[in-house]
Design a protein around this ligand. Structure first.
Ligand SMILES: [Fe+2]
Ligand SMILES: [Fe+2]
Length: 160
């Protein structure tokens, strides 16, 4: 079977981050309230995305490597991704809330021209966040648990 759900999800996250970053930057570069609000979202999104790329993406890659029996990520990198995810997940979820609150303000800031596109991008961002919280974060959490189990099961033996 060629299809691999984790490969799909890992690629999806990367792709959506670049797309959202590009679209939101376009709107933020304009003038007015909506542009200003997108500037606020971007100030959160840009570092939020870095955290996800350092934690969720390698953890998804780890799940993928388990299902294809290929190791693409170093164990030590994974350990630090796992530690960082466990430490930062709560904060990352509250950053989702903060961005969602700003999107609500975008929806109520009625401006001609940019509004419809801004609202559409807002919906894409909310959808992105929902998918992360319902599927990708739980998958990353499961990856952390698997890693801990693997570490314990190899604890008595000298590995790598
Ligand atoms: Fe994301
Ligand atoms: Fe996120």
């Amino acid at each position: 079977m060629d299809y691999n759900f984790m490969t799909e999800m890992e690629g999806f996250l990367d792709r959506e981050h670049s797309e959202l970053l590009e679209q939101m930057s376009e709107i933020a570069a304009g003038k007015g309230k909506v542009a200003e609000l997108y500037g606020e979202i971007l100030s959160i999104f840009s570092y939020h995305l870095d955290k996800e790329e350092e934690t969720v993406i390698p953890l998804l890659a780890y799940l993928k490597s388990r299902s294809t029996a290929r190791s693409e990520v170093g164990f030590h990198d994974l350990e630090s991704a796992s530690r960082k995810f466990i430490g930062d997940a709560e904060e990352m979820i509250s950053e989702h809330r903060e961005m969602a609150q700003i999107i609500e303000k975008v929806a109520s800031a009625k401006e001609s021209g940019s509004s419809q596109k801004a609202a559409e991008i807002g919906r894409s961002l909310l959808h992105h966040v929902e998918l992360e919280e319902e599927i990708l974060y739980p998958a990353a959490e499961a990856a952390c648990e698997l890693l801990a189990l693997e570490k314990n099961s190899t604890a008595g033996r000298q590995v790598r």
